[in-house]
Each structure stands twice: as structure tokens, then as C-alpha cells.
Design a binder for this molecule. Structure first.
Ligand code: SF4
Ligand code: SF4
Length: 420
């Protein structure tokens, strides 16, 4: 039987070859588990709560985009359920999923877990991807799928997913806001918001269209000015809209950092992880009511519970420490990829996020051998050299990365390193 390349990439053999990278994603941020975790200060209470859209939400939200995976690439359900149970036990109550997370499996897994619990003991959060719905009928199909997958009667919080110029134009064309307002009237949605990935100017027509109850933006200490998150935050808070945050660790990069940046943080507080500094920086903004974190490992979850139970706002001295660490980190940053995976599947089969993860790790630690070994574990037809510059991926990348150009650079450097 002849297989297309895409079918081949989904085949068991290739999934097995990519398993180390699936695990790498599952464990994102790709750092070793926190050292000496038991010796660190314990949480002294439940996770801090804040009020978002009138609801008492745990400031730490559980983002279900990067759940632990098994060797077959599917969600490792027992591991995910263990993490979710511990999160609930620590006072967490906000579960954020989306239609395309884990190719739809995230909605199913989180729905199965939550549907066994009292409905008022958690908030279920989902999102409408207008680019996948495409038509008015498509909106209904996606929304009905989501209710079926999650076994939910209603969503507590619901967002129009990843808005910006392009998706907002499409949303208007297919009357997505009107559709969602109908679902709200029926009680299928309790609180309506949007998530956003674009220049701050693109937010203006969205804000004019409706009195949104909350909005989710990419916000962390690196993106505050670089990604213009500050302007987005200020637009929302000026309108009194509660802010939810995604990418507080920038896809794990602020948990990994590099050695000079980590040394600066360690000197200021030997017990605090780099991730805890990043979370506290975001939590110190008063308009922020919710911070989503994709927690794929027990050690990450425990570290986050410590940070948020209760959260401690930063002092001026600590802000200075973060500024110094950021300056040191930016010396070695390569590709600003957050591992969100919106760019895949690539029609040519290029493993874009996995390649960028390997590349960034190499740029941070200089471990050439590790980069070469990791890169050569990728099937040859999933490597950077296979890019045919169709530009499909660049349209979907929220970070506006010139993906084919970056891949070309990586391919050239790979060949040079190999020839050394
Ligand atoms: S530009 Fe290259 S990497 Fe991007 S989708 Fe096309 S072939 Fe894949
Ligand atoms: S390249 Fe862009 S779209 Fe792809 S994973 Fe990275 S940040 Fe996401």
C-alpha cells in the first residue's frame, strides 16, 4: 500500500522514532526536574484566588495544551489525571483546553476526568478556532463536537481563539460573535472572552465589537516590550477587562534560561526556580486574574503550587534581578518559538517545533554533540532541509517567526557542524 508522506509521518514507525521528542514536548519546559525539591519551602496555604468575570478563580490555571504523552504520542491519561487531581487538591479550579490541543484528545481527556466530579468544583474553559470552523455551519459543528468531547452541558469560560487581524475578519464574515452570543443566551457559555495574538492595534476593532468579560494575552517579562504585551495589557485594563495570561514562561524558555541568567537568579534566591520568578513577575500585575501554565510533570506542578500558595508579589530589588537575568538571557536566544504547534502539520512533513526546540537548547547550552544526536534522531524527511518554502506555517505562527528562513539557517549550520 502506498502511503502519502503525511500518512507516513503519522505511522507507528515514525511516531516511535519521534517518541523522544514527544516526551521532550510533554516535559516542556525542557529542564531537569527542580533539584532538591523536597528541601524547598512548602506551600503555606491554598493556591491564591482572584476574581475574573465575577468568579473566584485560582490564579494558577491548568493549561491542557502540553500534557504528558506516552511513547505512542498519545496523552498519558494516568499521568495527566494524577497531575489534575493534585492540582485540585492544592486549590486549583481552572482547566483550559482547546479544539486542536493534542489533536482533540485534550478535550476528551479533561472532559472524562472532570465529568466524574461535582460540576461546581471546577471551571471548564474551551475556545472557538474560527480558522477551523471556516463557515457558519462549521461553528456549530465545532461547538457541538466540543460539548460531546468534554461531556459538558456548558462551558464556564469560552474564548474566541487566537484573534488578530486575519481571524477577526473571518470571525466577522461567518458571524462567530453572534453565534457565540446565542450559545450564551442558551446557557451553553457562562462567560465570553477572546484570546489574542497580534499587534495591539488589531485589538481595537475586537474591543469595539462587544463588552468582553475577560481576554487572554501572551504576557511574560521577556515579551512585555518585545511582543508589545504591555500595550495589550493596558488596552484591556483601561476598558476594565480582566486579563488572563498565556505563555507566562514563553513556551518554557523562561524556565530553561541560560547559565548566566540562572546564576543571577540563584544568587538572589538559591531556593527559587527560574519559573517561579517568571510567574511572580506576571502575578505582580494587578489586572492579571489568571495565569495558565502547561504542567507536564509532577515536579513542575509542585514547584508551581509552591509559587502560588500564596503568590508573593515582587519587590523593586527583585524586579531589578529579573531585568539583569533577562539581559543575560537575551545574549543567547535563537528562535522565539513557544512550542505552541500552530504551525504543524507542515505539508512537507518538517518537524518545525521539535527542530526549534533542539536548536534553542543548543544555543543556550552550546552542547554541539547533544544537538547533533537529537537532530539526527529525526527522520531525514522531517528535517529542516525538507522545507519547500510553501509559507503555510508562517501564516499560523503567532510569534511571526520567519520559519523557512530560520530552518534554512539551521540546516546550513547543521551541515557545518557535521563537517567539523
Ligand atoms: S514553509 Fe517549509 S516548514 Fe513551513 S509549512 Fe511550508 S514546507 Fe513546511
Ligand atoms: S514556530 Fe511558531 S507556530 Fe510553530 S510552534 Fe513555534 S511559535 Fe508555535
Amino acid at each position: 500500500m502506498n502511503m502519502t508522506r503525511r500518512e507516513f509521518l503519522k505511522s507507528a514507525a515514525v511516531l516511535a522514532a519521534l517518541a523522544p521528542f514527544a516526551r521532550l514536548r510533554a516535559q516542556d519546559p525542557a529542564t531537569p526536574p527542580a533539584e532538591g525539591a523536597d528541601a524547598k519551602p512548602r506551600a503555606t496555604g491554598p493556591i491564591t484566588r482572584r476574581t475574573m468575570a465575577g468568579e473566584s478563580v485560582s490564579l494558577l490555571g491548568f493549561g491542557c495544551m502540553r500534557l504528558p504523552r506516552g511513547g505512542d504520542g498519545k496523552i498519558d491519561r494516568p499521568a495527566a489525571e494524577r497531575l489534575w487531581s493534585r492540582y485540585l487538591e492544592a486549590g486549583g479550579n481552572y482547566f483550559d483546553t482547546a479544539y486542536m490541543y493534542h489533536d482533540g484528545e485534550s478535550e476528551v481527556a479533561v472532559g472524562e476526568f472532570l465529568s466524574k466530579r461535582p460540576r461546581d468544583s471546577y471551571f471548564l474553559v474551551d475556545k472557538m478556532p474560527v480558522w477551523m470552523a471556516r463557515t457558519e455551519d462549521g461553528l456549530k459543528r465545532v461547538f457541538d463536537d466540543q460539548l460531546a468531547r468534554t461531556k459538558a452541558e456548558y462551558f464556564d469560560f469560552y474564548l474566541m481563539h487566537s484573534l488578530g487581524w486575519g481571524n477577526w475578519d473571518l470571525a466577522r464574515k461567518i458571524h462567530a460573535l453572534e453565534f457565540l452570543l446565542e450559545r450564551k443566551k442558551e446557557g451553553r457559555i457562562r462567560h465570553l472572552g477572546f484570546s489574542f495574538h497580534d499587534a495591539p492595534e488589531a485589538m481595537d476593532p475586537i474591543l469595539d465589537a462587544y463588552d468582553w468579560e475577560f481576554a487572554m494575552i501572551q504576557l511574560n517579562y521577556q515579551d512585555w516590550t518585545r511582543y508589545r504585551s504591555k500595550e495589550q495589557y493596558e488596552k484591556l485594563t483601561a476598558k476594565g477587562i480582566d486579563v488572563a495570561v498565556m505563555e507566562p514562561l514563553r513556551g518554557g524558555a523562561l524556565a530553561r534560561l541560560n547559565d548566566p541568567a540562572k546564576a543571577i537568579l540563584r544568587q538572589a534566591d538559591p531556593d527559587a526556580s527560574p519559573a517561579s520568578w517568571a510567574f511572580r513577575w506576571v502575578a505582580s500585575l494587578p489586572g492579571v486574574k489568571l495565569i495558565n501554565s502547561g504542567m507536564g510533570r509532577d515536579s513542575d506542578l509542585e514547584d508551581n503550587i509552591r509559587t502560588f500558595s500564596p503568590v508573593k508579589e515582587l519587590s523593586d530589588d527583585e524586579r531589578g534581578t529579573i531585568a539583569a537575568a533577562l539581559a543575560a538571557f537575551q545574549q543567547s536566544q535563537a528562535v522565539p518559538c513557544t512550542a505552541c504547534r500552530y504551525c504543524v502539520p507542515c505539508p512537507a512533513g518538517v518537524a518545525i517545533p521539535e527542530i526549534f526546540a533542539l536548536w534553542n537548547a543548543y544555543k543556550a547550552d552550546g552542547e554541539k554533540g547533544r544537538f547533533l544526536r537529537g537532530y539526527e534522531k529525526l527522520p531525514e524527511d522531517a528535517r529542516a532541509s525538507e522545507c519547500v518554502r510553501c509559507m503555510r506555517c508562517t501564516k499560523h505562527c503567532p510569534q511571526k517567526i520567519a520559519i523557512p528562513d530560520e530552518l534554512a539557517k539551521i540546516d546550513a549550520e547543521y551541515l557545518a557542524l557535521k563537517g567539523d
